[in-house]
Each structure stands twice: as C-alpha cells, then as structure tokens.
Design a protein around this ligand. Structure first.
Ligand code: ACO
Length: 411
C-alpha cells in the first residue's frame, strides 16, 4: 500500500510590511477596527521585483531543502493561485523551469483560497495511485495587485505570499488520509475578479455566459479590474463551511471531532475561525491562527500556516491534522492527515540544491538561446524553400521572464 506524506515545507513573504497604522493613512480605517473585526495586524506586500512566480519559487526551494530532495525528483508541480503572472504559460511551468524540475508535469489550479487543499488532494491521489513519487504543491498569490487600495472593505484584508509543501510516496502508514472537495458556482458573484481580457471582444462575441452574473456585484470595482467581495455573505459562507467541511472530512477519516490535534484553517478573518471553533465545540487553541502577521494571502494561507505551525512546535509526529479552506467559486475543501516524522536537514543537499538552482537557470537561458537560433535557422530555410508573403504585423509581446529566485526572504 502506498501513502503520501508531507516531508518538506517552505514559505516566502515579500520584505515590505504594511501595518494597520500605515494603512490608515491611505484609507479611512484604524488599527483598532481592523484588529477587532479581523484579527489582522499587518500584511506583506509585493515589491516591484516580487511576482507570483518568484514567491512560489522561493517557497518551493525552501520546501525542497527541508524534504532533502532535488527538483529533478519531482513528478508533479501544482501551483494554486488566483493571481498568476500570465494567463498562460502557467505559473507552475515557470516554477518548473526555474527549479530545473525536468521530470515533472506542471499546471496551475484555480480554486481561489481552497486551491492549496484541492492541489494537495489531487497530488496525494496521484502518489497513492503510483503515477508519481514526489509532488510539489504551492499556494502563491499577490492579492495586493487585484485589490482596490481605495476600498477599505477589501484592502485591509489581504496580503501577498507563497507557501509550498513536498509530498512523498511511502509505505509507512499515515500522511494524507482523505479529503473533501466541494464547489457551488451559484455563489460566484459573492467574490470575483474579472480577467482583463474578458470584455475585449474583437470579432464576434460568443454568447455571454457572463462570469459570476457579475452585474449583480459592484460593477464599478469589477470594471476597473479589481476584486469584488460581498463581505457579509462571504463571512456567513466561510463560517458555515469551515465547520461542516471539518466534520465531513473527520468522519471520512474515522475520527471524532475530539480526536483532532490541530485544525489549520484558511486565514480570512479570526472571527470566522472563532465561529468555526464554537460550532465544532473546540477551544480556540485547536485552530491555528497566524492571520495577525500576514492577513489573507489567499491560496498561500494554509501552507504558510503549516510552516509556522512546524516552527512553533504545533505539529508533532502522529498528530491528527485537518486543513480546511474556503474561497471564491464558491469553493471549499478539507483534508485529514496524520503528520509524519520530519526529516533532518542535510547541509550537503541544501548546498547542492543551490548549485542545481544555478544550473537550472543556465539551462533555461541556454534553451531559450538555442530556440532562438533554431527559429532563425528555420526561418532562413523556409525562405529558401518557399518565399512567403510578409506576415501581418504582430504586436510585440512580453515573454515570460526567466525567474531568478531572490535570496530567501524571511519574516
Ligand atoms: N475600517 C473601518 N470601517 C470599516 C472598514 C474598515 N476597513 N470596512 C468596513 N467598515 C465599516 C462599514 O462601512 C460599516 O459601516 P456602516 O455600519 O456605517 O455601514 C461597518 O464598518 C460595518 O461593516 P460590516 O461589513 O458589517 O463589517 P463586518 O463586521 O462584516 O466586517 C469584513 C467586514 C471584515 C469584510 C467581514 O465581513 C469579513 O471578514 N468577511 C469575509 C471576508 C473573507 O473571508 N474574504 C475572503 C474570501 S477568500 C478568497 O477567496 C479571496
């Protein structure tokens, strides 16, 4: 029998921190309001050099170090994100390239704040089925780039960051046990962000199945490319599903609620976490919260919380853990897992991984140059064989840059 264990974890948050007091100089709010209503004290915000991909790569490198494996061993990379740098290629492909994960498939997963648990569930099933031995699951979001910094209803809630875990196949019982994935698209209009190309109708428009019946929302925000959120409704939804999904997944794992050692919930609002604790009849210390330091980093909240929980000694061998998230879609998801024994970090491999990262960068650049040379050779060859009419002018495009992971950034 095959099991899937989390054997590596890492996080990356941008260097820049914005406190509530600083935020209060931009919008009409206060530290007291934000702390009382949400539990948030500060958030990290992406600087000019930070991207969804660079944060994801930094978190992934840290997770590979902890797992003590090289990127070449990874068979699947999933990046859960709502704020990718490109519609395509996927962030996961850019991460694959930056890491030099040559034997890996890579794709992005769009399930908003539930995305990380969705990804973990899919990857663990692939491991248990025997398709792969290692998977890298990353949650990475730069929410600061889709919130309207003039809208106090949303801008106070979000931050930027990435978290990653490595899943490994093992014959040792434990690890990822079961999961529950759910969606209700009828609630899509409660929380959404339109794509920037959605309304660019050039030739003939297909029948508009209009994303989340967007007209019902604050279309001014949506039109400007910002996220729209009906805070009160999302609050009610989050409170309900955090408790129900936890119960569902615990039942599937054969656990009573009292058997759970720690619940790591999506960090959207401390009051939502408190309400879930109350509904489950659990004391608050059974639900992990680090929202004070980061705000809501969307798909990254749960993997970042895993890292902090490990660092604070909250995850011990054989602990029964539930990860539970909710978000736009609407989506919600929970996973039950038995925590494995952490491995010992090897200096040799850490150093080796840095060398490999450098080589991946060289390899990526070499391939790009090679493609350009190949392309120009073929163009010349084609001209020689069959002269063609000049191609129509194509607007210059910005190609996805080779990602150079910056130095590890720690909180
Ligand atoms: N500072 C000061 N006052 C504020 C602020 C602010 N930042 N924001 C709102 N207010 C005001 C409102 O204008 C309102 O004033 P009024 O009574 O004069 O109209 C008052 O505070 C109360 O507003 P409410 O909306 O009732 O405040 P509430 O207690 O519901 O808190 C909040 C709002 C924090 C947004 C809450 O509803 C919430 O957390 N919702 C869930 C959000 C969430 O989970 N989002 C993540 C989804 S996950 C994903 O996929 C991205």
């Amino acid at each position: 029998m095959r099991y899937a264990h989390i054997v590596g974890w890492g996080k990356c948050t941008p260097e820049k921190v914005m406190t509530n007091d600083e935020l209060a100089t931009i919008v009409d709010t206060s530290d007291t309001w934000i702390r009382d209503r949400t539990g948030i004290g500060q958030r990290h915000l992406a600087g000019p050099k930070d991207t969804c991909t660079s944060l994801a790569v930094n978190a992934a490198v840290e997770a590979l170090d902890v797992a003590n494996i090289s990127a070449a061993q990874i068979g699947m990379i999933i990046v859960a994100t709502s704020t990718p740098d490109f519609a395509f290629p996927s962030t996961a492909c850019l991460v694959q390239d930056a890491l030099g994960a040559d034997a890996s498939g890579a794709f992005d997963l769009s399930a908003a704040c539930s995305g990380f648990v969705y990804g973990l569930s899919m990857a663990s099933d692939a491991i248990k089925a025997g398709s792969i031995d290692y998977a890298l699951i990353i949650g990475s979001d730069v929410m600061s780039r889709v919130v309207d910094w003039k809208d106090r209803n949303t801008c106070v809630l979000f931050g930027d960051g990435a978290g990653a875990v490595v899943l490994q196949a093992s014959d040792q019982p434990g690890g990822m046990l079961t999961s529950v994935l759910r969606a209700d698209g009828s609630g899509g209009d409660m929380l959404y962000c339109r794509s920037t190309y959605r309304d660019k109708i050039v030739v003939s428009a297909p029948q508009d199945t209009a994303a989340p019946t967007a007209a019902s929302g604050n279309s001014k925000l949506a039109d400007a490319g910002f996220m729209y959120m009906n805070g009160r409704e999302v609050f009610r939804f989050g409170t309900r599903v955090l408790a129900s999904a936890t119960r569902d997944v615990a039942t599937r794992a054969g656990w009573e609620i009292g058997d759970i050692d720690l619940i790591i919930p999506h960090q959207a609002n401390n009051r939502i976490i408190e309400a879930a604790a109350k509904a489950l009849g659990l004391p608050m210390d059974k639900l992990y919260s680090n929202i004070e330091h980061y705000g809501n980093t969307s798909a990254a909240t749960i993997p970042i919380a895993i890292c902090d929980a490990v660092n604070h000694g909250r995850l011990r061998p054989n602990d029964r853990i539930i990860l539970v998230g909710f978000g736009a879609g609407l989506t919600w998801a929970a996973a039950a897992l038995q925590w494995g024994t952490p491995r010992i970090l090897s200096r040799t491999n850490r150093t080796l991984n840095r060398v490999r990262l450098g080589l991946a960068n060289v390899r990526s650049r070499t391939r790009r140059i090679f493609r350009k040379v190949e392309d120009s050779l073929f163009v010349n060859n084609d001209k020689h064989v069959k002269p063609q009419a000049a191609p129509p002018a194509i607007a210059p495009r910005s190609t996805p840059p080779a990602v150079e992971p910056e130095k590890e950034q720690k909180v």
